[in-house]
Design a protein around this ligand. Structure first.
Ligand code: NDP
Length: 254
């Protein structure tokens, strides 16, 4: 399928590794020029950009509106106006709510939810001005399905789902679509502490997770990359406010 992203400029937050990297590679493979936004690991992003070719690395902490604004100006100056924003950067705290700290809640909400808000504030005005844009937020199956020990994360992703719908409604008259991808369990570093663990309770959780996925495997970053490229393309002007579950059927089974 030709998604026709040639000459489109895309920004992917947290694009240097994991799902973000899968998204960067999928967009670049369809011809987009990709700005890889990273907080600390700018060298990792620069290496990826040079391996891909049609990409460049920029620094920003998505929790800092000033950082994001500065990155938006740098990207526009170097690559041109931005057509596609993928809010992918995210963090997880694995603690029951009553044991979690205010600092962890703050970190998770500020990265996952406020990160989407800060980046949308910085990049959407240019899209509105040019009457074309694609914003794709990274939600999770756990925006819909609760998971013990992941309260702040689940709350942040549920909030992203509503933020996605709200922004979609507000930007629809301006030619900008806003959607979310909601991955199931994907093989990335965010999950490694659990998936590398040999503790019996972690192994039991790994097996239980796999049993819950109808297609019988956990996902790969490219599974998410392909879904994002589809939502970013010109083929989806009538898809907005949607939450696309890319989860091997996990949510469908309930
Ligand atoms: P990773 O931990 O592998 O990657 C997260 C990326 O986000 C890293 O590049 C990280 O940078 C970056 N990041 C974190 N905080 C900030 C910040 N404040 N500013 C800028 N960048 C930041 O996670 P995944 O690839 O697994 O997850 C990506 C997204 O997908 C997240 O939103 C996650 O919630 C979501 N998701 C993941 C699932 C999974 O099973 N893996 C399932 C469902 C959703 P650094 O290296 O500096 O920390």
């Amino acid at each position: 399928m030709d998604l026709n992203l040639r000459n489109k400029v895309a920004v992917v937050t947290g694009g240097g590794r994991g799902i973000g990297r899968g998204i960067v590679e999928a967009l670049a493979a369809e011809g987009a020029v990709v700005a890889i936004l990273e907080r600390d690991n700018i060298d990792r992003a620069a290496q990826l950009a040079s391996a891909i070719g049609n990409a460049a690395a920029f620094r920003a902490d998505v929790t800092q509106p000033g950082d994001v604004q500065a990155a938006a100006e740098a990207i526009k100056g170097r690559l041109g106006p931005v057509d596609i924003l993928v809010n992918n950067a995210g963090v997880l705290s694995r603690k029951p709510i009553l044991e979690d700290s205010y600092e962890d809640w703050d970190r998770v909400l500020k990265t996952n939810l406020y990160g989407c808000y800060n980046c949308s504030r910085a990049f959407a005005p240019g899209m509105v001005e040019r009457r074309f844009g694609r914003i794709i937020n990274t939600s999770s199956i756990h925006g819909r399905v609760a998971k013990a020990g992941m309260g702040s994360y689940c709350a942040s992703k549920a909030a992203i789902d509503m933020f996605t719908k709200q922004l979609a409604v507000e930007l629809a008259p301006h030619g900008v679509t806003v959607n979310a991808v909601a991955p199931g369990t994907i093989s990335t570093e965010i999950n490694l502490p659990l998936y590398k663990s040999t503790k019996p309770e972690d192994v039991a959780l790994q097996q239980a997770t796999l049993k819950r996925v109808p297609v019988g495997r956990i996902g790969e970053p490219e599974d998410i990359g392909r879904a994002v490229a589809f939502l970013a393309s010109g083929m989806t002007p009538y898809v907005t406010g949607a939450i696309l579950y890319v989860d091997g059927g996990y949510v469908a089974e309930g």
